[in-house]
Ligand binder design. Structure first.
Ligand SMILES: [Zn+2]
Length: 120
């Protein structure tokens, strides 16, 4: 399964809640909206550190060209606390700041659930 289709099912598959879930329960979301920002979760490919990253939608995202197929994007270099590996990440969003694709070098995108669970 490609990262894109994984993302797509994460975005489109969230309508099946039974109403009993706690709203704050960690989910399979790749992004968590905050006031004027989005949280994304990445894992360092070198040391496995999980890093939570805040992207300010007010001034960090850039507008895409009409032919790009997405509305906004952001390029980030992320360095964790456990090693000096530089994770180069690009995130692509639609007009409502929903993550539609990502491209990571030296790291990988993980879900909120993966970020919270299994912490050493
Ligand atoms: Zn690392």
């Amino acid at each position: 399964m490609s990262i894109f289709s994984k993302l797509w099912s994460a975005i489109s598959g969230k309508g099946k809640s039974n109403g009993e879930e706690m709203p704050s329960e960690p989910s399979d979301r790749y992004t968590v909206p905050d006031d004027k920002a989005l949280w994304v979760f990445v894992r360092c490919k070198k040391c496995g550190e999980k890093i939570k990253l805040r992207i300010r939608t007010t001034d960090e995202v850039q507008e895409a060209e009409p032919e790009d197929g997405f509305e906004y994007y952001v390029n980030k270099t992320i360095v964790g606390n456990k090693c000096f590996n530089r994770i180069e990440a690009s995130f692509f969003f639609d007009a409502k700041y929903r993550l539609i694709n990502s491209d990571l070098y030296n790291g990988e995108l993980i879900t909120e659930k993966e970020f919270i669970e299994g912490t050493d």
